[in-house]
Design a protein around this ligand. Structure first.
Ligand code: NAD
Length: 254
């Protein structure tokens, strides 16, 4: 079960955190993995780890917010069966704490970046007779989270664009779903704690851990396992769905 043998998977942001865990697991399950990353060294590190484990992977350096760069990489890759739109960036702030530059940056990476990869990948999938798309949303797409104005907006857009793609390309045998994690312990979380709460890192880490009723943050490998299921043939009946992976955050926080 859950074999990805003979599948070509493109994963954005595979140099770190959740994307790295997905890249490693997909390669382990037999996929040829292509990582699209801003951070060339990080992508190469993931590729090296995959190869050391006997898998096949390639690193491509690109900024997903730049359409021509994304189109060039996809043209270079050629065939694609699975796309995981995972790369994303954070911003902490309410409406008044969100400057024009902040909202543009978040939009360009989190929203337009996903659009760019979809725009490049869907025609190829259509030509191949189908494919699977998984877009990384967040619990912030579905509920109000304090001080996440721009980030929540971007993840709500990810959810909405996923439903649109799932609807429009069902007839082309393309499935499209989203995963909505609560806090997962990755450099993304450590980075925004360090940037936004200097000197209070331990206190905020503890607070964020306890905001999941289960009492801890998720692990990237736990998200990767769900991603594997949704991108495998075993999930062939699933499209247009969102899957929270949240330690009870949405339904049990009472
Ligand atoms: N960690 C969490 O708690 C959490 C929760 C919910 C959703 N998410 C989402 O999961 C995804 C992955 O998060 P993570 O925690 O693993 O993050 P991370 O920061 O550990 O990794 C993200 C990777 O994306 C890459 N990247 C950033 N901008 C890019 C760009 N313009 N072009 C190409 N690559 C770029 C970075 O270099 C990095 O390697 C993000 O979309 C994030 O919003 C994370």
């Amino acid at each position: 079960m859950f074999s990805l043998k003979n599948k070509i998977a493109v994963i954005t942001g595979g140099g770190s955190g959740i994307g790295k865990a997905i890249s490693k697991l997909f390669a382990k399950q037999g996929a040829t993995v292509h990582i699209i990353e801003l951070n060339a060294d990080a992508a190469q590190q993931t590729v090296d780890e995959i190869k050391a484990d006997g898998g096949e992977a390639f690193a491509h350096t690109a900024d997903i917010s730049k359409q021509q760069q994304v189109l060039d990489v996809f043209q270079h890759i050629g065939s694609i069966n699975i796309l995981v739109n995972n790369a994303g960036i954070a911003h902490v702030g309410n409406l008044e704490g969100t400057a024009e530059a902040d909202i543009d940056r978040i939009y360009n990476v989190n929203v337009k970046g996903a659009y760019n990869a979809l725009y490049a990948a869907v025609p190829v999938m259509k030509g191949l007779g189908g494919g699977v798309i998984l877009n990384m949303a967040s619990i912030a797409a579905h509920i109000g989270i304090t001080d996440r104005f721009a980030y929540s907006m971007s993840k709500g857009a990810i959810f909405a664009m996923s439903m649109s793609v799932a609807r429009d390309y069902m007839g082309d045998n393309i499935r499209c779903n989203t995963i909505s994690p609560a806090r997962v312990h990755t450099p993304f979380v450590d980075g925004f704690i360090a940037k936004n709460y200097p000197g209070r890192e331990d206190e905020i880490f503890d607070k964020l851990s306890k905001s999941q009723p289960i009492g801890r943050m998720g692990k990237p490998e736990e998200v990767a396992a769900l991603a594997l299921y949704l991108c495998s043939d075993e999930a062939g009946f699933i499209t247009g769905c969102d899957y929270p992976i949240d330690g009870g955050f949405i339904k049990l926080n009472n």
